[in-house]
Design a protein around this ligand. Structure first.
Ligand code: IPD
Ligand code: CA
Ligand code: CA
Length: 266
């Protein structure tokens, strides 16, 4: 049984997606940030709705992707005892282009650890969620949904080539050690796909904390293991891009990491 707090977070993600995001699917106009990435007024409206609603569940500040970095850093330093971290639409490029794969990602973090994680896909009405120590679920069904591949050779790999060092990217493209590769365009949902064992392994060359804060807990609670490319634990802090390596279980993570190390990960 999930706790009332976790259920309230899932309900909030679903409500904001239904009321604020989905009415604008296929009509939202693209805008470009200083770093070249895209956003829409819908990302801003969804963030504003979550900033209003989440503190009703736990009365702590909300750090959102669509805030100035100076404000994110201030909130992060003030919020060590408890802070919400949100990506109001993860997969904005998909959302703008009408590709039905994007999600609302919500994490509650205290003392540097995610305590609650929720990622909601409004197109499929799939809510992935976990709380620390309580297991991970997809709409009430415990994750993973299947037994992951036995070996890397049989694995379906999520690989997002963004920011992967060139020697490693070349090796992945020309000598791939897995069975097949995917890149869906929403990192938060890709983490949940590892949790579900829809993906057996995963690699992204540089994620922001709102891309992985919810998904790391959901994946870990489903039995996945992860690190940065150098083998160190993930760096949770705004303003930093963190490479992530994930395996649906410890054996897959080890095999994946060994291959990456032998092909230019460090
Ligand atoms: C992006 C998506 C994408 C990933 C990028 C992220 P956004 O998030 O998760 O899959 O490759 O690194 O920035 O901008 O759609 O929230
Ligand atoms: Ca994102
Ligand atoms: Ca986003």
């Amino acid at each position: 049984m999930s706790s009332p707090t976790l259920i309230q977070i899932v309900d909030t993600a679903r409500d904001v997606a239904r009321e604020v995001i989905m009415p604008h699917f296929l009509t939202a106009q693209r805008n470009t940030k200083d770093d070249g990435s895209l956003f829409t007024v819908v990302d801003l409206a969804a963030q504003a709705a979550l900033i209003e609603r989440l503190p009703r569940i736990i009365d702590r500040p909300v750090l959102g992707e669509e805030m100035p970095e100076s404000l994110q850093l201030r909130l992060w330093h003030e919020g060590q005892d408890g802070i919400w971290c949100i990506d109001p639409i993860d997969g904005t490029t998909n959302f703008i282009n009408g590709i039905p794969f994007f999600g609302v990602a919500i994490a509650y973090i205290a003392e540097g650890r995610t305590r609650y994680g929720v990622v909601y896909n409004p197109m499929t009405d799939e809510a992935f969620y976990a709380e620390e120590g309580g297991g991970a679920f997809l709409n009430g069904t415990a994750l993973p949904l299947r037994t992951p591949a036995r070996h890397l050779l049989d694995a379906v790999a999520g690989v997002d080539f963004k920011r992967i060092p060139k020697p490693l990217a070349d090796a992945l493209a020309t000598q791939s050690p897995f069975y097949s590769q995917r890149n869906f365009g929403s990192s938060a949902l890709e983490w949940c796909f590892v949790a579900a064992a829809r993906l057996d392994v995963y690699l992204h060359g540089g994620q922001m904390m709102w891309d992985f804060a919810a998904g790391t807990l959901i994946a870990a609670e489903a039995g996945a293991q992860c690190s940065m490319l150098d083998g160190e634990p993930l760096n949770m802090s705004p303003g930093q891009k963190t490479p992530v390596v994930v395996g649906a279980n410890a054996a897959l993570y080890r095999e994946w990491m060994d291959w990456l190390n032998a092909h230019g990960a460090r």
